[in-house]
Ligand binder design. Structure first.
Ligand SMILES: [Zn+2]
Length: 274
């Protein structure tokens, strides 16, 4: 599932390519992924301009100049692909935005867990609020103190699944939570209450570092993720533990172990992560 670095990469690319553009036409090939009858969805979006594209946690929010907003969750396999002028679309598309300048934005979602919700902008704010998302790792006010405060709310929780809890931290998922644990030298099964002040600090720094670096590399294509130009992210070769079962640890050479935590594969080095 795309996490913060992937969703933010998509947002930044979309900002560059489509903000300010007017939607000339909208093709809907699959109405299951949208929240309104297709005719209504089309009528509300035809002729409107894209004002801004925001992100909160793993949600993308498109704001239009008719005071409507589109909330998009890519879930497992949702993706946007951007097509420049006259480029032929061969891909299977669930939705195609055609802009006045003839560029196109396609949405496809093989597994169809994702959704696109078109609602009045003020209602979009309420919907986002109702998710009770925790702080954003990339925000300036995401300080060590704030991080410590949010995780200490659940002293008995195991640290890795806690990092993935969207009400604790926004946008962190299965990949970056375990990469942060490795970089901090912390076993993902540790409970929050067992972490010293020093552990929390290392984890905070590791988390920020891994997210910033992954964003710089346009994310990791460990699943079906591609950016809006159809390119894979460049962070995958920099993953230290994820997907590396029985391979030697980059630090110490010990075999990387795989366990299941809350049903999700979790990798760690039994020697480096205490
Ligand atoms: Zn190691």
């Amino acid at each position: 599932m795309p996490e913060l670095p992937e969703v933010e990469t998509i947002r930044q690319q979309l900002l560059k390519e489509i903000v300010g553009k007017k939607i000339k036409e909208l093709t809907i090939n699959d109405s299951q992924i949208i929240n309104l009858p297709p005719e209504k969805f089309q009528a509300l979006l035809t002729g409107v301009k894209i004002k801004d594209i925001r992100r909160r946690a793993k949600l993308l929010i498109f704001d239009f100049d008719n005071d409507y907003s589109l909330i998009v969750h890519l879930k497992l396999t949702g993706r946007f692909i951007y097509f420049k002028n006259n480029q032929k679309i061969k891909d299977k598309a669930h939705l195609i935005f055609i802009f006045q300048d003839k560029t196109k934005l396609l949405y496809q979602d093989v597994r169809k867990f994702g959704y696109l919700k078109l609602v009045p902008t003020n209602l979009a704010q309420d919907i986002i609020k109702a998710h009770n998302f925790g702080p954003e790792v990339l925000d300036k006010d995401f300080t060590l103190e704030r991080f410590e405060k949010v995780i200490r709310q659940k002293p008995k929780a195991k640290i890795k699944p806690l990092l993935m809890d969207q009400s604790i931290l926004a946008g962190i998922g299965n990949v970056y939570s375990q990469e942060a644990c490795f970089r901090a030298g912390i076993n993902p099964q540790r409970t929050v209450k067992s972490l010293s002040k020093e552990d929390v600090k290392r984890l905070y720094q590791a988390l920020k570092k891994v997210v910033v670096l992954a964003l710089k590399k346009r994310g990791s294509s460990v699943d079906t993720y591609l950016d809006i130009y159809g390119k894979r992210g460049d962070f995958e070769p920099l993953l230290k533990v994820y997907g590396r079962e029985n391979k030697p640890c980059f630090n110490c050479g010990a075999k990387i172990k795989r366990i299941k935590m809350n049903g999700r594969s979790t990798y760690f080095c039994p020697k480096c992560q205490k």
